[in-house]
Design a protein around this ligand. Structure first.
Ligand code: CTP
Length: 408
């Protein structure tokens, strides 16, 4: 799951025996691609050293309002650890372990250390993983604190059952680091706008064989379709990408890739997945014609001229438009003249909900480039032009529009 990749994660470590597990947490969070900064309370430093967490996070560890290194150095002015900056840097805050003392202060607005000042300044989601002995965990005060924190929108990662540091057995152990990570990932995922949606995407060119060594193809790089697949998965969707031959790699493991070569293979794969899809975006540059016969042996150059008889391929998009039920169907139109008019005709003819128009006359649009310039045309013929942008941003524009329309 890639939801933690690239996220700024502020890990708050407070003073309980489970603080030693913070080292594993930092390791796992960084392995998931998170940028981790650790903030410790003074008590936490009794259990685990800042050096350990700083080495693992590859970042300075903070624990007081002034920079620790310059604090003790009489020749240097102390510098301020800006709690507001740290709070705003974070995409999410995880307080693990969260002791009864820290949680009580969080619930009542106390602010006598850096972590609490960051907590009060934060605008991002705050997760907390309590850790204490079983009777402390059961105490009505602790429950009242949980209720208060949850009413603020803080998200509790409940403590686990098991043997506690006291030797007693019950609920109070901090949840194991691996489970904390899964909890975070699932919680983030289910809040994403495309969570629970299945999206079918076609991308790249198709190759239509002439003989065992030659084919008819086109210049499509697949970059636009791959960017849509990646962005859709990052927004929580379950993505099936039917891809023609391209030289691209996907960073998100959550995209299922079906590799095909010809238009006929793309047709079959698209039909296999369309029925169970909520949204289909057909961005592939499908060959409109294929050789009627594929020579079984390499064609020798015996004659000065050679004619190939071509026959039409099936229009995948139009065929899906014919059978569509509740699916939101999106097509592309690559045009060189009368762009808007042609795109509107395609939208209607192929029974689409949305068409993404590219004009090859626009600079920065079309095949192979890393940028694109699109105009969205909706079913009601509403036209929404966008400026030239990187394809990754264009993908987000398209998906945001789809989200708006499908939730409307
Ligand atoms: N498309 C498809 N199957 C085909 C041809 C096109 O699914 N055999 C889809 C493309 O993926 C795109 C849309 O149809 O989403 C429009 O493709 P485009 O090449 O612009 O238009 P065509 O319908 O092929 O018409 P023309 O080439 O005449 O402009």
């Amino acid at each position: 799951m890639a939801v933690l990749n690239g996220k700024n994660i502020l890990l708050g470590v407070t003073g309980g025996i489970a603080a030693y597990k913070a080292a594993f947490l930092v390791r796992l969070l960084t392995k998931k691609g998170g940028n981790v900064k650790v903030v410790m309370t003074a008590a936490a430093k009794e259990f685990v050293t800042p050096l350990t967490l700083s080495t693992l996070s590859k970042n300075e560890v903070y624990s007081s309002f002034t920079n620790e290194e310059t604090d003790s150095d009489s020749f240097k002015e102390p510098t301020w650890n800006n709690h507001v900056e740290l709070a705003l840097w974070a995409d999410l805050i995880l307080i693990a372990p969260a002791t009864a003392n820290t949680m009580s202060k969080m619930a009542h607005g106390s602010c006598d250390n850096l972590l609490l000042a960051i907590y009060l300044s934060a605008k991002c989601p705050v997760y907390y993983a309590p850790a204490m002995d079983l009777d402390m965990y059961k105490h009505p005060t602790t429950n009242a604190v949980f209720e208060k924190l949850n009413s603020f929108g803080n998200i509790q990662i409940p403590a686990a059952f098991g043997e506690l540091a006291s030797g007693l057995v019950g609920q109070g152990r901090m949840t194991e680091p691996e489970e904390i990570i899964s909890f975070l990932e699932n919680d983030i995922l289910k809040k994403l706008p495309l969570y629970g949606k299945k999206i079918l995407i076609t991308a790249g060119p198709t190759y239509e064989a002439i003989d065992p060594v030659r084919f008819i193809g086109n210049h499509s790089s697949g970059k636009m379709g791959y960017a849509i697949a990646e962005a859709a998965a990052n927004l929580g969707a379950e993505v099936v990408l039917v891809s023609g031959p391209v030289n691209l790699k996907l960073e998100n493991d959550f995209v299922k890739i079906i590799r095909i070569t010809s238009a006929e293979e793309m047709y079959k794969a698209a039909h296999e997945y369309f029925e169970c899809s909520d949204i289909a975006v057909l961005s592939a540059a499908v060959a409109d014609y294929r050789p009627l016969e594929i020579a079984s042996e390499k064609i020798k150059k015996k004659t000065t001229a050679l004619s190939l008889q071509l026959t039409k391929t099936k229009d995948i998009l139009a065929s899906l438009g014919e059978i569509k039920k509740n699916q939101f169907l999106v097509g592309f139109a690559l045009e060189t003249e009368n762009e808007e008019e042609n795109a509107k005709l395609k939208l209607k003819k192929k029974n689409l909900d949305l068409i993404v128009l590219n004009s090859l006359r626009d600079k920065g649009a079309g095949f192979k480039t890393d940028t694109n310039k699109i105009t969205l045309i909706a079913k009601d013929n509403k036209v929404l032009p966008f400026p030239v942008k990187p394809k990754k941003e264009v993908a987000i524009d398209i998906l945001e529009y789809i989200i708006e329309q499908t939730n409307a």
